[in-house]
Ligand binder design. Structure first.
Ligand code: CA
Length: 234
């Protein structure tokens, strides 16, 4: 079932000025309520299964997605993983069951930008959606880094092959500096001053090594006798 099929604006019809929202939810009553509440503000496609959600997510462009964690067949986490490995950076809110901490963590690990615990308040959902679309969510700051997407706000790297990698605070700070000026070659001294006060050139080399080991060597480029810079896409 797709709300797009029942709403008055078909996929191929005139462009709506409303932001496009993909909503993946298997519970018909919840789905009907959410679609009704949000349809004044969003142009909504509703999918009742993870498979249908994936098909839509990979085939059309959305401004924001709301994905239930627990779906029959393909789970919300699997769907989200498919979306992120396709390098689709659309903000996603995951809906999780009350008290299911594991659900919440696995959702964020899979690349969700925010989560909301069921049952939720519609006003809260609206507010979270607006915040994400205005780029105020923790994952709003997205930077290309080689073949990866780096989100300083969530201390994470995403790659098509690996999915999400968690970074430490120091690793995040180092990548934040390098991506702040992607063409610039930062000397070890500059990096120490900005990221590791009281540290040494060896500290910089160590953290570069950590980041490369957990991702890929090309993520940071070594410029001989000068320093380091952000890796370029291959
Ligand atoms: Ca469900």
């Amino acid at each position: 079932m797709r709300a797009g099929a029942t709403a008055d604006a078909p996929a191929s019809g005139p462009r709506s000025a409303k932001p496009r929202l993909l909503y993946v939810e298997d519970e018909p009553e919840t789905a009907a309520m959410v679609v009704e509440v949000l349809s004044d503000e969003y142009d909504i496609d509703h999918a009742a299964t993870g498979e249908e959600g994936r098909r839509l997510a990979l085939g059309r462009r959305y401004d924001v997605m709301v994905v239930d964690r627990r779906l029959p067949g393909m789970s919300g986490v699997d769907l989200l993983h498919a979306v992120r490995t396709a390098r689709i950076a659309t903000p996603v809110i995951m809906l999780t069951a009350l008290g299911a901490v594991d659900d919440r963590v696995s959702g964020l690990d899979a690349g969700a930008d925010d989560y909301l615990v069921k049952p939720f308040d519609f006003a809260e959902l609206r507010a979270r959606l607006r915040a994400l679309r205005r780029g105020r969510g923790p994952a709003a700051d997205r930077r290309e880094l080689g073949d990866w997407v780096f989100t300083p706000g969530t201390q994470a790297l995403y790659s098509p092959a690996t999915g999400r990698l968690a970074l430490t605070q120091a690793e995040t700070a180092l990548l934040e500096l390098l991506t702040s000026s992607p063409e610039h070659v930062f000397t070890r001294e500059e990096i120490v001053d900005a990221v590791f006060p009281g540290g040494s050139a060896a500290t910089v080399d160590t953290y570069v090594h950590y980041i490369r080991r957990k991702s890929t060597p090309e993520i940071i480029e070594t410029v001989r006798a000068r320093g380091y810079r952000a890796g370029a896409p291959r």
